[in-house]
Design a protein around this ligand. Structure first.
Ligand code: OGA
Ligand code: NI
Length: 199
């Protein structure tokens, strides 16, 4: 996986927004996609909230997606395979980038048609542990017109990213303002944050 990690991180270093297509091994991407679809069909996703810890609020004018937190304790082989790969990525980040990652958190996200996430940064005001944001899209046949693009706002520039299947995105959580445009079709992704200590 190191070559794939290298490509994502070189792109991040060059452009502040790292992009890498075909990020997960094909089978894992497919397994994650089918797993998310089955969780959705079984009604196991929950409305996403804004804010951290006890200050969470549910405001559907800011974001309107459904999420499912992944957890090693679920004893699910697909989640386990995913976390093995993420652990490799953490080792890579700490070894080659001295990133100091000590923890992470990941969830699936499901945007139904009409859903969006208004412009924001991913770091909470009362907690600066989230250092890097990672997203990978799981939309098998995303076409122009399907909506749900990610807009990332750099100084004078807006970068628009199409949520193409198995495309990974990586950026600094406290630095990059971003927004998910209204999805016209179901929009699937896995999103997470690599964390450093709070000190
Ligand atoms: C988020 C987010 C972007 C995306 O979950 O914080 O901004 O493209 N997601 O899904
Ligand atoms: Ni975000």
């Amino acid at each position: 996986m190191d070559i794939i990690f290298d490509e994502l991180i070189s792109s991040f270093i060059d452009h502040k927004i790292g992009l890498k297509d075909a990020f997960f091994p094909e089978k894992l991407a497919k397994d994650l996609t089918n797993y998310l679809k089955s969780l959705y069909e079984e009604n196991l996703l929950r409305s996403a909230r804004i804010g951290a810890n006890h200050l969470e609020t549910l405001d559907k004018t800011i974001r309107k997606d459904y999420i499912y937190w992944l957890d090693k304790g679920h004893d699910n082989t697909i989640e386990d395979d995913f976390f093995l790969l993420i652990d490799e990525f953490v080792q890579y980040l700490n070894r080659y980038c001295y990133a100091g990652i000590v923890d992470y958190e990941f969830h699936f996200a499901y945007y139904e048609p009409g859903s969006f996430y208004k412009r924001h940064v991913d770091q909470f005001q009362n907690n600066n542990q989230r250092k890097y944001t990672f997203i990978c899209y799981l939309n098998e046949n995303w076409q122009k017109g399907d909506g749900g693009e990610l807009n990332a706002y750099l100084n004078n520039e807006t970068i628009q990213i199409e949520p193409q299947y198995n495309r990974a995105v990586f950026f600094k959580s406290d630095e990059i303002e971003h927004e998910v445009l209204v999805a016209k079709k179901d929009r699937l992704s896995i999103t997470g944050w690599f964390k450093v200590t709070n000190l």
